[in-house]
Design a protein around this ligand. Structure first.
Ligand code: ADP
Ligand code: MG
Length: 628
């Protein structure tokens, strides 16, 4: 809960205790994925075939855009009306795009609107933001159909290298899709979160992301639960698509076919991709495609495929070496490696990465879903309050137990952190040399209705009469949400402290319940608090009476003594009960019964004073003695 996770340049969103659910979205170049936390488990939202990946492809054929697999299927037939890889254009100006133009399958529309790129698709003109919005809408719809209610909030991931323009374009696309962006999270950071690395050992982690058309290598530095992107590198034109190309070229050479139309080339590439993906699981596969009436069938074994792609993997490793150099680190400094991107499924990629970093990379979570899983965890944390919640205020009041099980709040709920507050307490009994400090969390007035955070004892308080010691208890919550409670006896400087993580392990449901209870029980809590306070006061009076009787009991005659005893036992009975009025009546009765006794003690004190002591000393003695 009190771990802070944010990236440089990102302003933490103020967290609200909102109950609405938010989704996590990996808006990828090739594929997009939507996930969310249900219960406490992140879950990828799949279609009826169990498929979590939504191809980031939009077809503009009829009125409504078609997104995903259905759009991909239209690609060979309508190469000019189907847009893929639009992510590459996010935030790019017309100039950038013209430079890329040769590599792009789309026609860039000239426009007058302040440099914003637009694409001509059939008879319409759409911007990359609008196309991305169509993908996001499809993901939002998938989530809403799955959940049966509206979804309006999301955490969306972006490449670590995305600049402001590209990030803003992503936010605009979300807004257009009707999604409020809780936060944009860097893709490598999301992957690291998915593996729970935020609670792993501090140090350097590498995220190796080989997707469809891009390769990204990022070095993250984890410190106090916060990931910082140290360096990024890679190749924006290197990915699984290049594996497909290598395989397609190999097949063309073997069969001697050439001069394919753009539609035919796309069919061949799709066949190559299918064969490549089969080779991940099987030692051999067949590349099958029908092009211009000719059937192509080529068997390929994994070894042959590996020879084709080895130079491409070599390029990714050169980029890894470069990014380590940029950060003035070596592979040996890297604590863990996370694999991201569908292409890291290829066994040879895994083997090369393991060899380069001299360790087995983390790959238990599907590499093409891991970023969305991390985004979902972050979305959950931002809306529901979990252990990784970015926190800038204290969610529940922090306080200390005082006599009678009453909670004295030291830091109120919703106080911004970091914060330090102190409160003074004193001893309750004469000669008390230790004090138990019990820190609690919650809104209720009594300890048993709050959550215990930790206890410690302040020992070595010099022996003084009750109420003379000055014990300052300080609650300090740092920017990471770590609470330190310290206690110091001010006259002697004796100190003790503990450090606790206030909301660690507190689920969002528990937190909500605690807040709700504090409101519904406010009145009864107040009553209870007043009762407990009356009890404490009555017990203090009884203790003082016992001390006075021990010292000067001889001043009382038997009748007076039994009257005092009767009143005292009446009060003791009232204290054991639940009736505050009765305790009050008991206190008043005891006060009346001890009136004469108090008078006699006063006379005794005055006599002593007349024997040479100064009156103020005697009075001070009387007062601190606490006699009735
Ligand atoms: P992006 O991050 O670019 O959106 P992904 O992470 O979804 O892309 O990766 C897509 C790439 O992963 C494609 O080139 C696809 O062919 C490849 N891929 C997916 N599954 C496999 C597999 N089983 N074996 C090899 N490559 C795969
Ligand atoms: Mg990706």
């Amino acid at each position: 809960m009190l771990l802070q996770i944010h990236e440089p340049g990102e302003t933490p969103e103020p967290h609200a205790l909102e109950r609405s659910q938010a989704i996590g979205i990996d808006l990828g170049t090739t594929n997009s994925v939507v996930a969310m936390v249900s219960g406490s488990h992140p879950e990828v939202l799949r279609d009826s075939h169990g498929e979590g990946l939504v191809p980031s492809v939009v077809a503009y054929l009829g009125e409504e855009p078609v997104v995903g697999k259905a759009a991909l299927a239209e690609l060979p037939r309508h190469p000019d009306r189907v847009i893929a890889s639009v992510k590459r254009l996010m935030g790019r100006g017309l100039g950038d795009v013209k430079r890329l133009a040769g590599a792009l399958p789309y026609e860039v529309a000239e426009n007058d609107k302040g440099g914003m790129v637009r694409l001509r698709v059939g008879d319409r003109v759409v911007s990359p933001v609008e196309i991305s919005a169509d993908i996001l809408k499809a993901l939002k719809t998938r989530a809403e159909e799955k959940l049966g209610h509206r979804v309006e909030k999301a955490v969306i991931t972006v490449p670590a290298y995305f600049d402001d323009a590209a990030r803003n374009a992503t936010k605009d696309a979300a807004r257009l899709a009707g999604l409020e962006v809780l936060r944009l999270v860097n893709e490598p950071t999301a992957a690291a979160l998915a593996y729970g690395l935020d609670s792993a050992a501090e140090g350097i982690y590498a995220v190796y992301d080989l997707g469809g058309g891009t390769f990204d290598i990022s070095l993250l530095k984890l410190q106090k639960g916060v990931f910082q992107v140290l360096a990024t590198g890679g190749d924006s034109a290197l990915g699984g698509d290049d594996f497909d190309h290598a395989l397609a070229e190999w097949a063309m050479k073997r069969t001697g076919i050439a001069g394919l139309t753009s539609g035919e080339a796309k069919i061949l590439l799709q066949a190559a991709r299918a064969a490549k993906e089969r080779l991940t699981m099987a030692p051999g596969a067949e590349l099958k495609a029908t092009i211009a009436g000719h059937e192509i069938r080529q068997s390929i074994d994994r070894g042959t495929f590996e020879v084709l792609i080895e130079p491409l993997i070599g390029r990714t490793l050169r980029a890894c070496r470069q990014v380590l150099e940029d950060a003035r680190l070596t592979a040996a400094d890297v604590k863990g490696v996370v694999l991201v991107g569908g292409s890291t499924r290829v066994p040879l990629v895994r083997a090369f990465v393991a060899d380069f970093f001299k360790q087995q990379p983390l790959a238990d979570i599907d590499p093409d879903e891991v970023v969305a899983v991390g985004a979902a965890l972050q979305a959950h944390a931002l809306t529901r309050g979990s252990d990784t919640l970015l926190l800038d205020v204290i969610p529940l009041s922090l306080g200390i137990e005082t006599m009678g099980g009453i909670v004295e709040k030291v830091i109120e709920r919703n106080t911004p952190i970091p914060v330090t507050k102190a409160q003074d307490f004193t001893t309750y009994q004469d000669g008390q040399t230790g004090m138990l400090i019990h820190a609690v969390q919650g809104e209720r007035e009594t300890v048993d209705a709050c959550r215990s955070l930790g206890r410690f004892e302040l020992t070595g308080i010099p022996s003084m009469v009750a109420g003379a010691a000055r014990i300052r208890v300080t609650f300090a919550v740092d920017a990471d949400g770590l609470l330190t409670v310290s206690a110091e006896e001010r006259t002697t400087g004796v100190k003790a402290e503990i450090a606790v993580k206030p909301s660690y392990g507190l689920s969002d449901e528990e937190m909500a319940t605690m807040l709700r209870d504090s409101l519904t029980h406010a009145r009864e809590d107040m009553e209870r608090r007043l009762l407990l306070e009356s009890r404490v006061e009555a017990e203090r009076v009884l203790l003082a009476l016992a001390a006075a009787l021990k010292a000067d009991g001889g001043l009382l005659g038997p009748a007076e003594r039994s009257e005092v005893d009767r009143a005292a036992s009446g009060l003791r009975q009232a204290v054991a009960g639940e009736d505050r009025a009765r305790i009050h009546a008991g206190m008043e009765a005891l006060d009346r019964a001890t009136h004469g006794f108090a008078q006699k003690r006063m006379d005794l004190a005055i006599q002593a004073a007349l024997k040479g002591q100064r009156l103020d000393e005697v009075e001070a003695g009387m007062a601190t003695d606490g006699a009735p």
